[in-house]
Write a protein that binds this ligand. Structure first.
Ligand code: SF4
Ligand code: SF4
Length: 476
């Protein structure tokens, strides 16, 4: 007589994970990906703790759609470690990895002027350890070995603006062969030091501030950041708006705390000309995480809130899987133009375009950085956008390209509109001991850059003991 488990409906595939109950990061355990009531779970088998189920998606249809968007791997130009113990123990980057560094993170200091409850790096005042210019030169050289034309370097920490040579570092990296440079910051220095903002402005195009934002309410900010940052956020945005510095708002989402604010944050962001969009980041169980109970939220839950929100125009078709890491990143791009609301205040009109582009156009490209050289692709995007946005004619009349995100096709914006006419929503989920999937981790495209290694962001933060890479770990 056949036996059916009432724990799950369908078995989808096998992978490996870590047990989040005994937290043993030295040993992978057998794991199945299964479905139950149209949700997707990791079913883990730990020899010590037994079976456990972890929800990884609340939307089976979208989960399946992610596989349809997967594109041919765009590999690093060179591996820096060998395969010795197998993934994820050989990070550095090893020959098994299936993605190049779309985003290269340069950690320039362990110092911070805050002590957030959710800091993945456990940074705080007094840690110091500012990296020297020599270290940063080595980090760049290591990155260039694996990616000769990097798309995006993000300067991070700790809080990078506490580094006494922050301006010099940004200027140095801006002159490197990188296409875009970002500063990941809590905004404190920008809100207080106008001369620093002027230096940022002098960096010119291709520079962007990645601003910690999280919430519009003091209670939520105190929960996540141990401090009410409301005034700092507003003052920082005022400065960035004044100097027209491209800005992405970064919102860490903790279940039961701030997911209900997502529609209001999108609405709020449309009041600023300088804001190019929002990255929503589900909270991770890494570093100094001060949270209990069911605080983790999936990418699919955030996506659902965005597409259910009637105030923003992004639909299910517009929030698509990013082809290089489809299960972990969802993106929606829009054309943006500043108008006025009924009270006469600045407010952006947004016309999503992602839903209008044929899937094959996005996934058929082998390289992620070659879209702009593909005339047929460029032509189709222009035609599609021109049909569906109020700015179509203007877009049709120009040929200027703006690079946005290496794995997403260039959005074509005319010279008189430029990058300020682009708006994007991104949901970016990282891996931790709870949701770790040994198949999917090989597609991670965010890398921490060390002087002699480049390491996927998630495995770096998890505190895994690597076979050939030593990194300083404050959280161990
Ligand atoms: S995560 Fe990537 S770099 Fe790290 S061991 Fe696995 S395949 Fe190699
Ligand atoms: S999350 Fe950022 S601002 Fe907060 S303590 Fe960590 S490095 Fe500092």
């Amino acid at each position: 007589m056949a036996y059916y488990s009432d724990q799950y409906d369908l078995f989808l595939s096998s992978t490996q994970s870590f047990c989040h109950q005994c937290n043993n990061l030295n040993k992978l355990i057998d794991t199945h990906i299964v479905t139950k009531d149209n949700e997707v779970f990791l079913r883990k088998f730990c020899p010590k703790c037994g079976e456990s189920m972890v929800k990884i998606s609340t939307d089976l249809d979208y989960y399946k759609k992610c596989d349809e968007y997967l594109k041919a791997p765009d590999l690093p130009e060179k591996a820096l470690t060998k395969v010795l113990k197998g993934c994820p123990f050989d990070c550095g980057v090893c020959p098994q990895h299936q993605n190049h560094p779309c985003l290269a993170l340069f950690n320039i200091t362990d110092e911070c002027n805050m002590k957030c409850n959710i800091c993945y790096y456990s940074a705080e005042p007094g840690l110091g350890n500012h990296r020297s210019m020599e270290d940063i030169e080595k980090m760049l050289a290591t990155l260039l070995e694996t990616e000769s034309e990097p798309d995006l370097i993000q300067v991070t920490g700790g809080e990078p603006t506490t580094h006494p040579q922050i301006v010099e570092i940004l200027q140095y990296l801006k002159k490197s062969p990188v296409r875009h440079l970002m500063l990941n910051t809590n905004g404190i220095k920008i809100s207080q030091d106008e001369s620093f903002v002027k230096e940022l402005k002098r960096l010119g195009g291709g520079f962007e501030v990645y601003l910690q934002f999280d919430s519009l309410t003091p209670k939520v900010l105190k929960d996540l950041r141990a401090k009410d940052m409301s005034e700092v956020r507003l003052k920082t945005l005022e400065m960035l708006e004044k100097y027209s510095i491209s800005t992405t708002l970064v919102v860490v989402v903790k279940k039961g705390l701030n997911e209900h604010e997502i529609p209001d944050i999108i609405e709020f962001s449309r009041r600023y000309r300088c804001v190019r969009g929002i990255v929503f980041q589900p909270i991770e169980e890494v570093g100094r995480i001060n949270a209990e109970g069911d605080f983790k939220i999936t990418l699919s839950e955030i996506r659902q809130i965005i597409i259910d929100d009637e105030k923003n125009p992004f639909t299910s078709e517009d929030m698509i899987p990013l082809p290089c890491d489809p299960h972990k990143i969802s993106v929606g791009y829009a054309a943006k133009s500043m108008c006025q609301d009924e009270k006469g205040e600045a407010f952006a009109t947004i016309k999503p375009v992602t839903g209008q582009l044929p899937k094959e156009l996005i996934t058929n490209h082998r390289g992620t950085v070659t879209f702009e050289r593909d005339r047929e692709f460029v032509k189709t995007v222009i035609e599609t956008v021109s049909l569906d946005t109020a700015m179509g004619e203007s877009i049709m009349s120009e040929k200027i390209k703006q690079k946005l995100f290496c794995c997403w096709p260039d959005f074509l914006a005319p010279a008189d509109m430029g990058y300020e006419n682009v708006y994007r929503l991104v949901i970016s989920e990282f891996s931790d001991v709870v949701n770790f999937d040994a198949v999917n981790i090989k597609r991670e495209c965010n890398f921490m850059i060390e002087p002699e290694r480049i390491i996927p962001f998630s495995t770096y933060n998890m505190g895994i003991e690597f076979s050939q890479t030593k990194i300083k770990k404050f959280w161990v």
